[in-house]
Design a binder for this molecule. Structure first.
Ligand code: AMP
Length: 210
């Protein structure tokens, strides 16, 4: 299957994308994760991307479209894939269509902004192994270090409260119109994000019919 997950930053689309990816045995591709990795390694693309993402802005379309073109040509994508965080603009969606990608479903996880602000400011990540936690919903065992590798957890630069509000503005203005774009293809499935991850998963799997 070829599936897109849409949703505001912090709506839980990455978590659901990972779960569905394991269940269907297809890769989940997060442009945000690829960009963060490039920023960490200090590649030319990472240096350029940091300018935007640290301010809660989108990285330019041509950069992100290039990332996706390269990633989708890898052999592990031949039986399907999940896109988590791409497309985020109408030109990105058009580029995906021009690549000949025939989508099976577009899942939009719907969560009110106030809930997202509470969730994102509590998010903690491990810079070493990439594990993610939340101070109230998925707390690390000792409250501050990664359960998997013991590294002290940090707050992503783009999870700082002002940046979160800016990212939500960008989502509503630039990414949310994609719902209309995909509704017109009949592929859009709206899923109400629940407090518990497993409850959202149940609704997501039902929407996908898997
Ligand atoms: P995410 O982890 O998906 O929320 O992405 C983190 C950051 O990476 C975003 O705030 C953007 O700056 C950048 N980013 C990720 N995906 C895209 C995309 N499809 N288009 C533009 N920027 C992106």
């Amino acid at each position: 299957m070829k599936i897109i997950f849409l949703g505001a930053p912090g709506a839980g689309k990455g978590t659901q994308a990972e779960i569905v990816s394991r269940r269907l045995g297809i890769p989940s591709i997060s442009t945000g994760a690829i960009i963060r990795e490039a920023i960490k390694s200090g590649t030319p693309m990472g240096i350029q991307a940091k300018e935007y993402s640290s301010k809660g802005q989108l990285v330019p379309d041509d950069v992100v479209i290039g990332i996706i073109k390269e990633r989708l040509s890898a052999p592990d994508c031949k039986n399907g894939f999940i896109l988590d965080g791409f497309p985020r603009t109408v030109p990105q969606a058009a580029a995906l269509g021009e690549m000949g990608v025939e989508l099976d479903a577009v899942v939009s996880i719907e969560v009110p902004d106030e809930v997202i602000i509470e969730r994102m400011t509590g998010r903690r990540v491990c810079d070493k192994c990439g594990a993610t936690y939340h101070l109230t919903s998925i707390p690390p065992k000792d409250g501050k270090n990664c359960d998997k590798c013991g590294t002290p957890l940090s707050v992503r630069a783009d999870d700082q409260p002002d940046v979160v509000k800016q990212r939500l503005r960008v989502y509503h203005e630039t990414t949310e119109p994609l719902k209309d774009f995909y509704a017109s293809t009949g592929k859009l499935k709206l899923v109400e994000g629940q407090d518990k991850v497993e409850d959202t998963t149940a609704l997501t799997l039902a929407a996908l019919g898997v």
